[in-house]
Write a protein that binds this ligand. Structure first.
Ligand code: GLN
Length: 196
């Protein structure tokens, strides 16, 4: 059985846990860095990236999450989680984890439309996925090593690079678990490779 952890410092944690369970995988809320050793993949949820960073520093998560990624273990960042993963953040000197070779802008869909839902065509899915955007970031640019998975209005809203994947919206806030499933498959592939 594989176990997917959800970083439980702040944000939309419980919804991700429910989505992982709907995909028949074990789930675990991760509140301390040592607990990373007990999971095969990690979801970094949406929330507020500046607050999340502060808590990551307090609970000393930055280096352990980088080491987790360096082992090839998959990480999925949603919304603020995508910001945590990005190599570059507009109007900010330093990145947080810097694990995904993209540059992001925060709160990029305008004040009037703080939150909205829209159908998104995602690579690998037969039918569109309803993206729930809440003060969402978008990807301004991506390195060649990054696979663009979805765009909305000409903006990149989902991208994958090896074991790291991120999206601007909140896939856990709908009852459609296909993106969580896609991540669970990445975790499965990682585990299978280990077993060979
Ligand atoms: N606007 C938030 C940030 O910049 C992200 C919002 C979200 O995760 N829903 O961190």
């Amino acid at each position: 059985m594989l176990t997917v952890g959800v970083l439980g410092l702040q944000g939309a944690v419980r919804e991700h846990i429910q989505s992982i369970e709907a995909c028949d995988a074990e789930s675990k809320i991760i509140k301390r860095a040592e607990e990373l050793e007990t999971v095969d993949g990690l979801i970094i949820p949406g929330g507020e990236s500046t607050t999340m960073r502060r808590l990551m520093d307090t609970y000393q998560f930055i280096e352990p999450i980088k080491a987790f990624a360096a082992q090839g273990k998959p990480i999925f960042g949603t919304c603020a989680g995508l910001i945590m993963l990005a190599k570059q953040i507009e109007d900010r000197e330093e990145a947080h984890l810097g694990l995904l070779n993209v540059s992001v802008a925060r709160n990029s869909f305008g004040r009037q439309v703080d939150s909205f839902e829209t159908d998104i065509a995602v690579k690998g899915l037969d039918t569109p996925f309803t993206g729930v955007f809440i003060r969402a970031p978008h990807i301004i640019s991506a390195d060649d090593s990054v696979e663009v998975m979805a765009e909305y209005n000409g903006r990149i809203v989902m991208a994958k690079e090896n074991n790291i994947i991120g999206c601007s919206f909140h896939p856990e806030l709908t009852s459609d678990h296909r993106l969580t499933q896609l991540f669970v498959e990445m975790v499965k592939a990682y585990k299978t490779k280990l077993a060979v």
